[in-house]
Design a protein around this ligand. Structure first.
Ligand SMILES: Nc1ncnc2c1ncn2[C@@H]1O[C@H](COP(=O)(O)OP(=O)(O)O)[C@@H](O)[C@H]1O
Ligand SMILES: [Mg+2]
Length: 368
């Protein structure tokens, strides 16, 4: 009897992180424990079309792959799973591992589709994913929990168009250069600029607003120590040892992340025990604050005595040499075991959700 669980690994996607997602997914498929899991490949191309089958990687690589089928994810209770558009056949899976970074992958959209289909999946639920994708909302939630975040403001496209002068005045009254200007809902440093004086401010805000309908404007932390902590778990999330990023550019911009390979990752970070304990604690607190489950990487900017939570990534880079898996390796969980653990966490969260009441019996009342 085949007792392996079928795990759909979804990768590619329409986001700018399409290529990174392919590398992450390749590592997952190579390292998944085949004695327990059978990976089913599902590629999303840049147009947003879904393809299932062994040729899915080759297809995204640009090859003509004959052994793939166009599919859609069906939430119909009688046809639940990947519905083949040509044959009408359904490929059922036990669990999905979305290995998609950025908008329409990491932002709660795919997670919402999977909730609707009632298929278990790895990682955060729609709400936590959506919160973490939005740097403005994340900062508000973290502040409410008294976690330190960098001083800044957020401006919507609408406000910018109706009252630009007011916005600029507020920025000059409350913040001082250099500033970081970021699209609120992006990743991979896309659309982010460091602005040294007022002459570049308008242009930078417009760049950021071309990627997102809100822009986050914040004080630059000068020469920050960039630390990252991996969090894993559902009800009792654990923090890994922290790692450090040393960007090869003025900040950790797109080039420093993906083009120039001279940025350094130091794992574990060479920092004091006290700082390490503090940010591990804060990472778990931040994860809990957004209602995280499964996994997230919590990133910090540290200046002197203060560690600010910069952002939370709910589907962090997941290649075998990425920070998230490397941090767990340094903390004692191998890459294949990490994949297994994440799948188990996804299945267990799904079971918990299933046990919730969906309706009430009007005659019996709440029956609690
Ligand atoms: N307020 C800040 N002060 C100093 N550096 C910053 C600040 N905000 C962002 N950065 C730099 O920009 C990089 C990308 O910003 P981040 O907020 O992490 O966006 P992304 O989601 O695109 O990774 C950070 O890794 C850091 O190098
Ligand atoms: Mg970042």
């Amino acid at each position: 009897m085949n007792s392996q669980l079928k795990v759909a690994v979804i990768f590619g996607g329409v986001s700018t992180e399409h290529e990174v997602s392919i590398v992450s997914a390749t590592s997952v498929v190579r390292n998944i424990d085949r004695s327990r899991f059978e990976p089913i490949l599902v590629a999303i191309d840049k147009k947003g079309r879904w393809f299932l089958g062994p040729g899915a990687f080759r297809l995204l690589g640009g090859d003509e792959a004959g052994d793939v089928q166009r599919v859609v994810l069906s939430a119909d209770p009688e046809r639940r799973g990947f519905l083949h558009l040509d044959s009408g056949k359904v490929t059922e899976v036990d669990v999905v591992f979305p290995v998609l970074h950025g908008p329409r992958g990491e932002d709660g959209t795919i997670q919402g589709l999977l909730e609707l289909a009632q298929i278990p999946y790895v990682g955060c639920d729609p709400l936590a994913s959506a919160i973490a994708m939005d740097k403005d909302v994340t900062k508000r939630i973290l502040s409410q929990r008294n976690l330190p975040v960098v001083k800044g403001t957020c401006v919507s496209k609408w406000l910018w168009f109706i009252d630009r002068d007011e916005v600029l005045e507020e920025i000059s009254d409350t913040l001082s250069f250099p500033l970081f200007i970021k699209p609120a809902t992006m990743g991979s440093s896309i659309g982010i600029t460091k602005v040294h004086g007022s002459e570049d401010l308008v242009h930078s805000i417009e760049i950021a607003l071309s990627f997102s309908s809100k822009v986050v404007i914040e004080q630059a932390v000068e020469n920050p120590l960039e630390l990252e902590v991996a969090v894993l778990g559902n009800y009792e999330p654990q923090a890994s040892l922290p790692g450090q990023v040393i960007p090869c550019n003025e900040f950790y911009d797109f080039d420093a992340k993906y083009v120039d390979s001279s940025s350094e990752l130091i794992i574990p970070a060479l920092i004091s025990r006290r700082l390490s304990d503090d940010i591990q604690f804060m990472a778990v607190d931040a994860f809990v604050a957004i209602g995280g489950s499964g996994m997230a990487r919590v990133d910090f900017l540290v200046s002197g005595e203060t560690a600010y939570v910069n952002e939370i990534n709910t589907i962090p880079g997941f290649t075998s040499i990425s920070m998230y898996p490397k941090l767990w390796e340094a903390t004692g969980i191998t890459y294949p075991d990490l994949i297994t653990k994440l799948i188990e966490l996804g299945l267990s969260r799904h079971q918990d959700l299933q046990s919730l009441k969906q309706t009430i019996d009007l005659e019996k009342g709440l029956g609690v």
